[in-house]
Design a protein around this ligand. Structure first.
Ligand SMILES: NC(=O)c1ccc[n+]([C@@H]2O[C@H](COP(=O)([O-])OP(=O)(O)OC[C@H]3O[C@@H](n4cnc5c(N)ncnc54)[C@H](OP(=O)(O)O)[C@@H]3O)[C@@H](O)[C@H]2O)c1
Length: 332
């Protein structure tokens, strides 16, 4: 079987460009004993992949030039030499930006009976949904009645953060780029207050939604968002540091917030986290999130590109706000 895949051609400088990637035709090997053949159905592009394109030490090793980009994928098994997986089953894998692959059955996770569309296992029922869940409830130590401000609120993680806060009895405030996203947050997702961070004064806009301050700032953006949120925190507030997308394409060192000393007097906790270190919350996440999503209590959106060749464009779109909800590339 032939399979196309996308490789890193050169390291992006600043915002990635299509020319940083190349599409390559490959021939898959025959599946041997214990192996399966998978045709991918939906692939994900995620902001963290930008960090892996930089040649530096981090929690995951950097992509090498010429390497196929790896990330989450949902695929369907088309051939199985394993007693553990049947043809037709959906599986989650991390072989990434490719049409198909051959692997040991043990290298993928079977999804069983799908409770929701396959692509949702890359978003609200997958890694970004889990990030929202553990970041808010675990790292952020959310308590009923908390006022939560989340940046990147119309994205995959942010849109789940605000809705989980609401479901658990809190107040949700979100920032996003553009009027349509702001309307989506308040009208479709039930946020109490939302604003366009590209317009107006960040701090004043947070205060409009939270005149008495915020208990949790869920930081997806960093930079000026973090600085403004610090000025709005209540005593003993928590700041889960989830991401800093405003800085991922920086070509020079970025200034830090100039008001970090607020954390001392206010007794704030700023805590960075990586979702994969919170697998002890997996069973609770699977149970609660599946129930919320299938009952319609928690809504999600996807922005879909079609075709492997459009993966670079979808990836770059994460940095200019092309997506509302999870950015997905469908292959079938
Ligand atoms: N710690 C972890 O384990 C973990 C796991 C997953 C994700 N993350 C982080 O969580 C954050 C959200 O990830 P996601 O997958 O849900 O992505 P996403 O929010 O679905 O997509 C990225 C969004 O970021 C916003 N954005 C881009 N550049 C920006 C800038 N300069 N300033 C402000 N907003 C900007 C855009 O929305 P607007 O139109 O609103 O600007 C864009 O739609 C990222 O920082 C990511 O790295 C962390």
């Amino acid at each position: 079987m032939q399979s196309q895949e996308i490789r890193l051609k050169k390291r992006p400088v600043g915002i990635p460009e299509s020319d940083d990637f190349e599409i390559v035709q490959t021939q898959l090997p025959e599946a041997t004993d214990g192996e399966i053949v998978v045709e991918n159905v939906s692939l994900t592009v995620d902001p963290y992949m930008r960090g892996r394109m930089i040649d530096r030490k981090s929690y995951t090793p950097p992509f090498q030039i010429g390497e196929t980009l790896t990330g989450g994928a949902i695929g369907r098994v088309t051939k199985s030499n394993s007693p553990d997986i049947s043809v037709g089953e959906y599986v989650e894998s991390h072989f990434g930006w490719r049409e198909g692959f051959v692997a040991k059955a043990s290298a993928v996770k079977t999804l069983g009976n799908l409770q929701a569309p396959a692509s949702s296992y890359l978003g609200v029922l997958g890694m970004p949904g889990m990030t929202a869940y553990v970041g808010l409830l675990g790292v952020g130590e959310f308590k009923e009645g908390d006022v939560v401000f989340v940046s990147g609120a119309a994205g995959a993680v942010g849109s789940a953060v605000g809705q989980i806060a609401k479901i658990k009895g809190g107040t949700a405030i979100g920032s996003a780029g553009g009027e349509d996203k702001v309307r989506h947050l308040t009208e479709d997702l039930g946020f109490d207050h939302a604003f366009d961070y590209r317009k107006g004064h960040l701090e004043k806009q947070i205060q409009e939604g939270a005149p008495d301050g915020i208990d949790i700032y869920f930081d997806n953006v960093g930079g000026d968002h973090l600085q403004a949120a610090l000025n709005c925190m209540r005593p003993n507030g928590r700041i889960p540091l989830c991401g800093a997308i405003s800085q991922y394409n920086a070509t020079a060192p970025v200034p830090g917030p100039n008001n970090l000393t607020i954390a001392i007097g206010m007794g704030l906790t700023l805590k960075g986290f990586i979702v994969s270190n919170y697998n002890d919350m997996r069973a609770d996440f699977d149970r609660e999130m599946t129930q919320w999503v299938t009952s319609g209590k928690l809504k999600y959106r996807e922005t879909i590109f079609d075709g492997l060749e459009n993966m670079p464009q979808a990836f770059v779109g994460l940095f200019d706000g092309t997506n509302t909800g999870k950015m997905i590339v469908n292959l079938q």
